[in-house]
Design a binder for this molecule. Structure first.
Ligand code: WTA
Length: 653
């Protein structure tokens, strides 16, 4: 499914401009020379131990790493609490009264919580959870808009040793229900709604539908975000208002000392089957990985105002809205709504209003800003910015250059950061004071990380393209797939032996040793930075009574990176009508969520299959992208393809 290929990179490299660190950036950077890479490579465990020593541990570790491939234990025997590291630790000095969260709601309402405020709120909510019977190890589902209570709920779980399972507020009732059931959550935290482009998103209603099929849920706590404008039904005995429970909750709560390897959270992400997998992260290693990368990649300093625009429902929000920046005592901006509400300069007005210095966002957003035009950022003073980050998909050089020039005023490094839900923290990214940047390249592995390009045979490729592998354990690595140890082994560790992690991404390494990410090589697609499985969408389609078979591919899309194209064969006697195509799109939205809505649906009498019956997705992608078709000789019936292509062009060409 690669979104760009090796040949494109060769062309790029010939013209690539290089951006060495500017004197201004170097002068302030935590890291200014190459030695950090060499030191870390010589003794990676010692490097990570140095990073870990910056956190607060209630019991020191006995061993840095216990590696029984593919099972890793980091900081063995060590004890710590993530909420203590994000909160209590900062209360002893000047950060006590520093803003931790600077929040804007979409309608324009604002809240600022200092570290002390956040500490009180988290402690009180931890007491609320305890009073409702939540104990260490219990799972708590969180389905909220981007409001401060989302971070509060996560940190409160961490404080008492409960495991949070955050579900993105755009997911459907069924998706929420499946994620609750897979990890048997006892409690759900939701809201009466959230705002998106001026509309109320009825989260409680969706949550009610989900909970109706989730017998493990004992209580639902409801944050009042909307109030009178969106009254919700409260189920007596089960549902409680957040503000009512909080009114009586004590504001201090002793933190649970957690083993470094105790579970911190589960986050579901899409894979190559129809069923999302619950990625498991533990406490010590995850916090070390997220805090070290936040500090060094974003070169975080106390006076920074840091804004990662991700929703906390995705891993980027877990690691770089909540844990990484709060562990570093940063001031974090959070914004609830859409970037074009009420106008297309909302991001730039937020940056100006709060004096944001570090902006971390996604290429899909940058491409939308490009489309809207440079006049929108030009209306605002963005001179406080000093670093720009990018994550979620390969950033095309045009978007990189636009971001650098129009947002960063040619003075801010653009840091492309490659990583995954499974890696927990940034794996490949520049260090701003050291690394020479190339637009479109994520550059090099973070210190202590070992990445390789491998060809199909498994040989390492020094210069050239292949599959991206991680060849050494790292602290924030996933510890498993919740409830599915076999899938964990099969999916990530079986291609090249149990010590080599398979990322699922294609990449290319240039002669300087820099990495260029090419996109997924498996059946995972990346739509506007949101990770989706083609099989998930296919299952949603065949769930419709009229559908016999479906094949879903990601096709290149100017803004979203990839968009969903679905090829659908209908059951006997069902008419191929535009109304049915619309109904199928709605069906997918109902099953998964709006992020999975197909752009194109093409009805077809047959799908191109190999003689052994495998659907040839590559061909379908070429058809959806309007490309010339390559070799079709392995097809059972080559005429199918020609017909499909003609039909597609008629419909969408
Ligand atoms: C893609 C998001 C190229 C990649 C943090 C990966 C990227 C998947 C980049 C993980 C990047 C993320 N350059 N591709 N800088 N960042 N990806 O789990 O395909 O939602 O495998 O984690 O996004 O998506 P996930």
């Amino acid at each position: 499914m690669a979104e760009r290929n090796s040949g494109d990179i060769d062309d790029l490299l010939r013209e690539t401009r290089r951006f060495p660190p500017s004197p201004a950036i170097r002068a302030q950077a935590h890291v200014r020379d190459e030695a950090i890479y060499e030191d870390a490579a010589r003794d990676p465990q010692a490097f990570w131990a140095r990073m870990a020593a910056e956190l607060e541990w209630s019991r020191p570790w006995d061993a840095i790493l216990d590696w029984q491939p593919p099972h890793a234990k980091w900081f063995v025997g060590g004890r710590l609490n993530a909420s203590v590291n994000c909160l209590d630790r900062h209360l002893r000095g000047a950060r006590r009264n520093k803003a931790a969260i600077v929040w804007e709601g979409e309608p324009g309402d604002r809240r600022t919580l200092t570290y002390f405020d956040l500490y009180r709120e988290v402690s009180a909510f931890a007491n609320v959870l305890k009073a409702l019977g939540v104990r260490k190890g219990d799972r708590v589902a969180i389905y909220l808009p981007l409001v401060p209570e989302l971070a509060v709920a996560m940190l409160a779980c961490a404080r008492i040793g409960a495991v949070h399972n955050v579900v993105f507020g755009g997911f459907s009732a069924e998706s929420l229900r499946d994620r609750i059931n897979d990890s048997t959550c006892r409690l759900l935290v939701t809201a009466d709604g959230g705002y998106r482009r001026g509309h109320v998103v009825p989260l409680k209603q969706v949550a009610d539908e989900a909970v109706a099929g989730a017998p493990s849920i004992e209580h639902v706590i409801v944050v009042q975000r909307i109030g009178a404008a969106a009254p919700v039904a409260m189920s007596p005995g089960r549902d409680r208002w957040y503000h009512e429970l909080m009114a009586d909750a004590p504001g201090a709560c002793a933190p649970e000392p957690m083993d470094a390897e105790d579970m911190l959270y589960i986050l579901y992400t899409s894979g190559t089957t129809g069923k999302p997998k619950g990625i498991v992260h533990t406490t010590g290693g995850y916090l070390v990985g997220t805090s070290a990368t936040t500090k060094l990649v974003f070169d975080l300093r106390d006076e920074d105002v840091y804004w990662c625009t991700a929703d906390i429902g995705w891993v980027t929000g877990h690691s770089y809205v909540v844990y990484g920046p709060l562990a570093n005592g940063a001031t974090c901006v959070m914004y609830e709504g859409a970037p074009d509400w009420p106008a297309k300069d909302r991001f730039w007005s937020i940056i100006e209003r709060h004096g944001v210095t570090i902006l971390y966002t996604a290429p899909t957003a940058i491409r939308a800003f490009m489309r809207w035009g440079a006049e929108w950022p030009a209306r605002h003073d963005l001179s406080t910015l000093r670093l720009l980050g990018s994550v979620g998909e390969p950033i095309n050089p045009e978007a990189w250059m636009w971001y650098h020039h129009h947002i960063g005023g040619d003075r801010c490094p653009v840091l492309d950061t490659w990583w995954q839900t499974e890696t927990g923290a940034i794996m490949i990214a520049p260090l701003p004071g050291v690394t020479t940047l190339k637009p479109g390249s994520a550059t090099r592995p973070f210190p202590g990380i070992s990445a390789e390009i491998r060809n199909q045979r498994g040989d390492a490729v020094q210069v050239g393209g292949g599959l991206l592998a991680l060849t050494r354990p790292w602290p924030s690595m996933l510890r498993g797939i919740y409830g599915d140890p076999d899938r964990f082994l099969r999916q990530y560790w079986s291609t090249w032996g149990p010590g080599v992690y398979v990322t699922g991404d294609g990449a290319k390494r240039d002669a300087d040793g820099d990495f260029w990410l090419l996109g997924r090589v498996d059946d995972v697609i990346n739509v506007a930075g949101h990770r989706l499985g083609t099989m998930e969408v296919e299952s949603a389609l065949v769930d419709h009574a009229g559908v016999a078979e479906a094949a879903v591919v990601g096709k290149a899309h100017e803004i979203k990176g990839q968009a969903i194209a679905a090829f659908v064969t209908l059951k006997e006697g069902i008419g191929m009508t535009p109304a049915l195509a619309d109904a199928l799109k709605e069906h997918v939205v109902r099953k998964i969520g709006a992020i999975a809505r197909p752009d194109d649906i093409l009805f077809t009498a047959d799908l191109p299959k190999t003689r052994s019956g495998k659907i040839m997705r590559r061909l379908l992608r070429d058809i959806a992208e309007g490309k010339a078709l390559g070799d079709t000789t392995t097809l059972a019936d080559p005429a199918v393809v020609a017909r499909l292509k003609a039909n597609y062009e008629e419909e969408y060409g």
